[in-house]
Design a protein around this ligand. Structure first.
Ligand code: HPA
Length: 275
């Protein structure tokens, strides 16, 4: 294990000796689930060496370790993004730490804009796949020497969003009368929201929801062989015409997050019960 990871693990181990098997990454305005963990310890990110601080409103910035539905879980309450100025190795540092703590199943959430014309603000979309624009532009957290102890030089990305976990999530949503969309997430660098022309382009490319996170974390998780499930909270619908009065904004993203949290909590708890 590289020294930077070892230092962080040593600090986390001073707070808890629990071995979490499940990792949760809770995105913009979606962090509340971590407050419901039982027997939890919370570690502020600034106590953990190497951990990127989240500077954005709606991200509270602590690592919470505890139990959820009988499983030992480590939850990231807020994440760092590429647009904040971090490089992708820093952005994905927490995923490596989760891996070293023992996590083999990772569940991620994010706030995203709905591109699919059938989506509404407040919907939840299960990620079936992603288009990683940031990655395709040459920014990969795996760029540089490969850590062969963790995973291969050329990781496959076909089975990125675990089929079995997706089937379980669909079952849970059905049992709880939650409309669960399933679609393709496109990862953009941000921090600008999309122009109307970009929205129309992204639709043509097959994307259903747009956001500024997740894909890099999934790359690192898949490299390490973790099973991954991810959900987007559709906090706003993308605007596809320049001739309208409204503008996408972060307040809207956080406000709609509140409607989405209970749905995500039901889905995540249900999935944890069944795995
Ligand atoms: N675009 C990109 N990222 C987002 C959006 C959006 O409309 N909403 C929340 N995150």
């Amino acid at each position: 294990m590289q020294e930077i990871y070892k230092k962080a693990i040593d600090v986390i181990r001073q707070y808890t000796d629990k071995t979490p098997e499940i990792g949760l990454v809770l995105g913009s305005g979606l962090g509340k689930l971590a407050d419901t963990l039982e027997n939890r310890v919370a570690i502020a990110y600034d106590k953990i060496p190497g951990w990127p601080q989240s500077t954005v409103a709606g991200h509270s910035g602590q690592l919470v370790i505890g139990e959820l539905e009988g499983k030992i879980v480590v939850a990231q309450q807020g994440r760092a993004h590429f647009y904040e100025g971090y490089d992708l190795k820093q952005v994905t540092f927490p995923i490596r730490i989760m891996y070293y703590l023992g996590v083999r199943t990772l569940i991620l959430t994010n706030a995203a804009g709905g591109l699919n014309v059938n989506y509404s603000a407040g919907d939840v979309m299960l990620l079936q796949d992603h288009i990683n624009f940031v990655g395709m532009a040459g920014f990969s957290p795996l760029r540089g020497p490969n850590d062969d102890e963790i995973g291969p030089r050329f990781p496959g990305m076909v089975q990125s969003y675990d089929r079995e976990l997706r089937a379980i999530a669909r079952d849970v949503a059905r049992e709880n009368n939650i409309t669960l969309r399933e679609g393709v997430y496109v990862c953009l660098a941000g921090p600008t929201f999309e122009t109307p022309a970009e929205v129309r382009m992204l639709r043509i490319l097959g994307a259903d929801a747009a956001g500024m996170s997740t894909a890099h974390e999934v790359v690192v998780a898949r490299h390490a062989g973790m099973r991954v499930m991810a959900c987007s909270g559709i906090t706003n619908v993308a605007i596809d015409s320049p001739d309208v009065e409204f503008e996408t904004n972060h307040e809207e993203v956080l406000e709609t997050g509140k409607v989405i949290v209970p749905k995500l909590e039901t889905i995540i708890r249900g999935v944890l019960q069944k795995i």
